[in-house]
Design a protein around this ligand. Structure first.
Ligand SMILES: C[S@@+](CC[C@H](N)C(=O)[O-])C[C@H]1O[C@@H](n2cnc3c(N)ncnc32)[C@H](O)[C@@H]1O
Length: 291
């Protein structure tokens, strides 16, 4: 760590940093190896189907720019590359650590950790995804188990994990679930253990509700009772890359109808529809259990 913030919103330029480049080189190699072995990791939406929906494409935003060298743009946009590279580059992972990935059965992130020799336990509320992940693991021969479990009820012994991660899942939980999960993370981490999450930041969809640094602290950091790693604050660089799909339409008429529908159903924050600012980004936070 060089004093620059690690608890922050996403920046495409982060991927040019040497510590992220190193992760990307390994990641691209793993993606190719898995493709050759017929072993499938899930897409950034947590799906195992090959073709992404129109919804996923719209979600990438109108300015989406493919990432050079990415062997699987269909399922892995550069946003997911950032999440993985940023978490890994900013976490000292001891060889052979036992790692929990919450909401990540069969994800590229959990596969990457297993391929690096860590013992991975990925939990997911989607049982089908867990079965798919365990079939993948059998092909690859990793120390990796996917378990169907709700991350708001962490059924593990005390001090069981060296690391707990979660990649783009917290925003899908109600705020009470975010807090309940956080309250248990400290217990299942060993002293000296670390947590790292990525999440939607400033997503105007009704479920988002992580729209300023205080939200990040109150919902994701404070409930854990853990200490921040790096500077004890969340920094918003104000860059936004993704678009909420609810307001999308081909042409002005369908776009206006989509916006009206989102307005009436409260699917998207009304002030954001009115202001026509429906873009958002990802963020990351890092914490540790001191004792
Ligand atoms: C956007 S996907 C992210 C997938 C993955 N973490 C990744 O890195 O690509 C969200 C995932 O969270 C899972 N999920 C949602 N609510 C959950 C909960 N309460 N407990 C565990 N997993 C949950 C979903 O089944 C889905 O696999």
């Amino acid at each position: 760590m060089d004093g620059r913030p690690i608890n922050k919103t996403m920046d495409r330029d982060d991927l040019r940093r040497p510590e992220c480049r190193r992760v990307l080189i390994e990641l691209f190699g793993l993606m190719r190896t898995m493709q050759r072995a017929g072993a499938q990791y899930s897409s950034w939406y947590g799906h195992t189907n090959t073709w992404p929906s129109i919804w996923e494409n719209v979600n990438r935003g109108p300015e989406y720019d493919e990432f050079p060298g990415n062997p699987d743009e269909l399922r892995v946009p550069w946003f997911l590359l950032w999440e993985i590279a940023w978490l890994v580059a900013n976490t000292p992972l001891k060889p052979g650590s036992r790692i929990l990935d919450m909401g990540g059965a069969g994800s590229l992130f959990s596969c990457y950790l297993a391929a690096r020799g860590h013992e991975v336990i990925a939990i997911d509320i989607n049982g089908e995804l867990c079965r798919h992940a365990n079939a993948t693991v059998r092909k690859m021969g990793w120390r990796y188990t996917a378990v169907e479990m709700d991350m708001t009820v962490l059924d593990f012994p005390e001090a069981h994990f060296d690391h707990a991660f979660s990649v783009c899942v917290f925003e899908h939980l109600p705020i009470s679930g975010r807090v309940r999960c956080g309250e248990q993370v400290r217990r299942i981490l060993k002293p000296g253990g670390m947590a790292g999450y990525t999440f939607d930041y400033d997503n105007p969809q009704a479920f988002g509700r992580l729209s300023d640094p205080a939200d990040v602290f109150e919902q994701l950091v404070r409930p854990t009772g853990l200490y921040w790693r790096g500077r004890p604050e969340f920094v918003d660089n104000k860059k936004r890359y993704l678009s909420t799909p609810q307001a999308f339409g081909f042409g002005r008429f369908t776009a206006s109808t989509a916006k009206l529908h989102a307005f009436v159903t409260h699917a998207v924050e009304r002030k954001r529809i009115v202001a026509n600012t429906m873009d958002y980004t990802f963020g990351a936070v890092f914490m540790e259990r001191i004792k």
